[in-house]
Design a protein around this ligand. Structure first.
Ligand code: SF4
Length: 288
């Protein structure tokens, strides 16, 4: 899930569809030869993925850049579409398509056909398995919008630890919940621009609070944002050891500056600090 839902350092694996550092510029029309998707294996058994470049699904190897698994090598798959619209979202290419007028600081409308890639679930699982990683991060967009397809895909994976990134507004179905080792839940605060009625659903937050596999990653832009975190902590009894504060920012300078006062707040409230490691090494790019 956006804010980043991204990892560090795409590792070249010599496969055309493995992550490369391509710019996020939607006007870049230097289309590579599209990766040929296998024929869809069965009606309805498809997932809609984000793309690194048009025709290249966003499946890649990187180090997890954020949250409790930061620094670990992982396979990543990024799904398209989101049910929220954060003004600072760094993966707006997963949801802000033509005619979407919801506010976003970049103000870009992305071409849907260039930024989505439909792939049969067996093919998604096969491509992930071929990366040879022990850990998978499923990110977005909001991956749980495609929970049914995701459940079918996860069932086809080789043994690996599965981590799901979500904005916390959708409850996972039991069909894939048993396959998941960790949820990185990132509830969106008021500065995201989303109405609380959409972003902070009490029954969902209560469920995540009771889920020991769930870690809460709050994106923080200003020290004043902390008041909302404390209110949610108290209201839903969020364990501080499962709370991460992460600076909002898409460049190293912003992250460093915000990490200074965020680290003090983490010490004071016994929260964890999450960095965004991939920004230091790759900047704000896809497939990293
Ligand atoms: S919840 Fe959706 S809009 Fe918000 S940061 Fe994540 S992907 Fe972007």
């Amino acid at each position: 899930m956006g804010e980043g839902h991204e990892g560090l350092a795409a590792l070249p694996l010599g496969r055309s569809w493995v992550g490369v550092n391509s710019r996020r510029d939607p006007t870049a029309r230097s289309h590579p030869q599209p990766t040929s998707p296998s024929p869809l294996r069965g009606q309805g058994c498809v997932s809609t993925l984000a793309t690194i470049t048009p025709g290249e699904p966003e499946i890649f190897v990187a180090l997890q850049g954020e949250g409790p698994s930061a620094g670990q090598p992982c396979a990543f798959v990024r799904l398209s579409r989101c049910n929220l619209a954060c003004v600072w979202c760094d993966t707006a290419y997963t949801w802000r398509f033509e005619s979407d007028t919801r506010p976003h600081r970049d103000g870009i409308n992305f071409d849907r056909s260039d930024n989505q890639f439909v792939l049969a679930e067996p093919d998604v699982a096969e491509r992930i398995g071929a990366l040879g990683q022990k850990r998978l991060v499923v990110t977005g967009g909001e991956p749980l919008l495609q929970a049914a397809a995701l459940a079918r895909m996860l069932a086809l994976l080789p043994p690996m630890t599965v981590e799901i990134e979500t904005n916390g507004t959708i409850s996972p179905p039991s069909t894939f919940d048993r396959r998941v080792a960790q949820y990185n839940v990132s509830p969106k605060l008021a500065h995201s621009g989303n109405p609380a009625a959409l972003a902070l659903l009490p029954d969902r937050l209560a469920r995540w609070a009771a889920e020991p596999r769930a870690f809460f990653k709050f994106v923080i832009a200003e020290p004043a944002d902390l008041a909302e975190v404390l209110e949610l902590r108290d209201r839903f009894a969020l364990p501080p050891e499962r709370i991460f504060l992460m600076p909002e920012g898409r460049n190293s300078g912003t992250l460093r500056t915000r990490a200074v006062w965020l680290s003090e707040l983490c010490s004071k409230y016994e929260f964890n600090l999450s960095d965004r490691l991939h920004i230091y090494s790759h900047g704000d790019t896809r497939g990293t």
